[in-house]
Design a binder for this molecule. Structure first.
Ligand code: GDP
Length: 445
């Protein structure tokens, strides 16, 4: 796939001798690589150009912080500039839903994930904010779409407006408003029809609905994997209908997130949420840092480290990083990691943030290792002696049996745990090497 930007930069820049400040040549050399990375991440050329220009002006002459390389320094500057560009004002997750019932209009192309996102947001509003939500499908051309919303509604325990055959979208929107008022709902969500391409009829329909519903929020749902197309779609929708924010779906896929940067730069509209899968919980508030990390091709190591910092003593974290960089990873480390995982919202939460770890998390899942047994795994580790924990290779068959028994588990569980420790050790070693390219270490400062 893509070559990691930090590897690329360290290749180019770590050979440079360290000076007190970034020279124009250093910056230029580095930014050539950054530009390629941006384009590979699907950032449009004009946006990439403008961005590079801005960073170049900022970076030239900037002092190189002690103990980092010019390459790392540039990555940091680029990262910060990305975050700045991606950030909107205020909390992207705060929907304007005062004055009940508050209408939210959902627009977008067919297949963008609009209906799924409508239901995901409804569930979020219900569970996180305790709101009563009514959902209505306005897709009169596709009865299947109306049924889909109804099915999702049942699944998440959110009411949908009963389907009346032959009604037009404006009539449905009016009925939704009436029902929402009479039924004491806080929010009603209007899932408009999609088309494969933008056409006059689609836009007119959405505009008509907008005019009767007077939505507090008009959220445009776009497929984050479609790159530049997504940006064109956003421009057009915003032009014709006016949107208050964008939801980027399929950010769980291989897309590098460049669409987010282009979208923000071109339309000026804030990205509010990202869709991270098909499940109803797979939606998150947009975090510029995460996308910046992704565009730079460094997973979310930065935010992972930040999260770790919150929960770990700084000193402990540093010791841990130093050990990992040397490729040391024993049962004590694994135990600490497992405990961290519990704190950070389970395996998936942590793994998803590290490059290449998503796949590993899936492997572990299929190997039967999941959050439920983290507690048991910790128990297994606790049953080991100090020596065994430091060097699990010492474990003989008879000891394994005793330890498993002590924790009330099968030996196979212990073997799985040992495999996990080896795999994670290998991976940490790799990351340690990358750490020379410094994000891990640098982010600890
Ligand atoms: P609509 O035509 O815009 O209403 O699109 P749907 O909501 O029907 O979604 C189309 C397909 O995309 C469905 O199979 C969804 O499960 C899937 N989908 C929606 N959002 C996401 C997402 O964030 N990630 C992934 N992987 N799939 C998604």
């Amino acid at each position: 796939m893509f070559e990691n930007l930090s590897d690329r930069l360290s290749g180019v820049l770590d050979r440079l001798t360290k000076q007190g400040a970034l020279s124009e040549d250093d910056v230029k050399t580095a930014l050539r690589e950054v530009r390629v990375a941006l384009l590979e991440a699907d950032v449009s050329l004009p946006v990439a150009r403008a961005f590079i220009k801005k960073v170049q002006d900022q970076a030239t002459g900037q002092a190189v912080t002690k103990s980092v390389t010019p390459g790392q320094q540039v990555v940091k500057i680029v990262h910060d500039a990305l975050v700045e560009t991606l950030s909107g004002e205020g909390d992207p997750g705060a929907l304007k839903i005062d004055n009940p019932p508050a209408p939210i209009l959902m627009v977008g192309l067919q297949g963008s994930g609009k209906t799924t996102t409508t239901a995901k947001l409804a569930k979020r509003l219900k569970e996180k904010e305790g709101k009563r939500v009514l959902m209505a499908s306005l897709d009169v051309n596709r009865p299947a779409a109306m049924e889909q919303l109804e099915i999702l509604g049942k699944q998440i325990g959110v009411d949908t407006l009963p389907i009346v055959k032959g009604e037009d979208p404006v009539a449905i929107a009016k009925r939704a408003k009436t029902q929402a008022s009479l039924g004491g709902y806080d929010v009603y969500m209007l899932d408009t029809a999609g088309r494969l391409h933008i056409d006059q009829e689609l836009i007119q329909q959405a505009a008509d609905v907008r005019d009767v519903a007077n939505p507090r929020e008009t959220l445009l749902v776009v497929d984050g994997l479609t790159g530049q197309d997504a940006v064109n779609v956003a421009e057009e929708f915003d032009d014709k209908i006016g949107v208050t924010g964008v939801v980027l779906t399929r950010m769980d896929g291989d897309g590098r997130g460049g669409a987010a940067l282009s979208m923000r730069a071109v339309t000026g509209k804030p990205i509010r949420f990202v869709g991270l899968g098909e499940k109803m919980d797979a939606i998150e508030t947009f975090e510029p840092e995460r996308i910046a990390g992704r565009i730079l091709g460094m997973g979310d190591i930065v935010s992972l480290v930040e999260k770790a910092q919150e929960t770990l003593e700084a000193e402990q974290a540093e010791r841990m990083m130093r050990r990992f960089q040397k490729g040391q990873f024993n049962m004590n480390d694994l135990k600490m990691q497992l405990e961290q995982m519990q704190k950070m919202g389970g395996m998936e939460g942590v793994m998803g943030m590290m490059p290449g770890m998503g796949k590993m998390a899936k492997q572990m899942e299929s190997a039967g290792i999941d959050d439920k047994i983290i507690t048991r795994q910790i128990a297994l580790i606790q049953s080991m002696t100090k020596k065994e924990r430091a060097n699990p290779k010492l474990l003989q068959a008879s000891r394994k049996k005793r330890i498993a028994k002590g924790a009330g588990l099968e030996v196979s569980e212990l073997n799985k745990l040992l495999k996990m420790q080896r795999q994670m050790g290998d991976m940490m070693k790799k990351m340690g090497k990358m750490g020379k390219g410094g994000m891990l270490k640098q982010a600890m400062k």
